[in-house]
Design a protein around this ligand. Structure first.
Ligand code: SF4
Ligand code: SF4
Length: 169
C-alpha cells in the first residue's frame, strides 16, 4: 500500500488525520487532536508512533484524480476506505462540520455514492461518532455509531436507503 503513494503527495503541513481518527493505543478519541501532534509540522513521536498511525495513509496521497483542493488540510476532511468494506469514509474535522457540504465536494460525493450504492457500498461522512450517509439526492443522518454497529444498504421501489443496524439487532 505504501508503494502506491504518489511521490508528489506529501503530508507537509497537514496533520488532520491526527485529529479526526481514534488511536486506540493512545486512548485518543475521534475528533480530538492527538497530544503528540506538532501543529503544521507532524508527529513528535514519529519513530515510536503507534501501529494504527503507521498503517494509515489518506486517499489524497494515492489518487491523481483528487486535486489540491482535496488535500485534507484544505478540504477539512480526510478520505479513506472504511475498514473491512469498499465504502468511502469522509472523516470531517468537527471544528468545520459542514465542510463536506461545500462545493466542489458535495457534487463529487453524491456522484461517487451512486456508483458505491450500486455495488452495495456507501459514501459515509463521520463527524466524531456521528455518521451521515450521502446518497445521490440526499443525505441521511444515521446518528451515533457504536462499536459493532453495521451500516447496510437497502434498495426498494423508491430507490436506495441506508440504515444503521445496532450490534444486537
Ligand atoms: S490526512 Fe493525509 S495528507 Fe494529511 S497528514 Fe494525514 S495522511 Fe498526510
Ligand atoms: S501518535 Fe503521531 S501520528 Fe499518531 S495520531 Fe499522534 S501525532 Fe499523529
Amino acid at each position: 500500500m505504501e508503494a502506491d503513494i504518489l511521490p508528489s503527495r506529501i503530508c507537509g503541513t497537514c496533520t488532520l488525520c491526527c485529529k479526526v481518527f481514534p488511536v486506540p493505543e493512545l486512548a485518543k478519541p475521534a475528533g480530538r487532536w492527538c497530544q503528540h501532534v506538532a501543529q503544521g509540522k507532524g508527529c513528535t513521536i514519529y519513530a515510536d508512533r503507534p501501529q494504527t498511525c503507521r498503517d494509515f495513509y489518506c486517499q489524497w496521497r494515492f489518487s491523481d484524480d483528487l486535486g489540491p483542493e482535496w488535500k485534507p488540510e484544505v478540504s477539512r476532511f480526510v478520505l479513506s476506505i472504511y475498514a473491512g468494506t469498499n465504502s468511502l469514509a469522509v472523516a470531517v474535522d468537527p471544528g468545520t462540520p459542514t465542510a463536506w457540504q461545500q462545493e466542489p465536494y458535495l457534487s463529487s460525493l453524491r456522484a461517487w455514492s451512486e456508483a458505491a450504492l450500486a455495488q452495495g457500498d456507501q459514501v459515509l461522512v463521520f463527524i466524531g461518532s456521528k455518521v451521515i450517509a450521502v446518497l445521490p439526492d440526499r443525505a441521511i443522518d444515521l446518528g451515533e455509531m457504536k462499536p459493532g454497529d453495521r451500516i447496510v444498504t437497502l434498495k426498494g421501489p423508491e430507490g436506495y436507503d441506508v440504515r444503521l443496524k445496532p450490534a444486537n439487532a
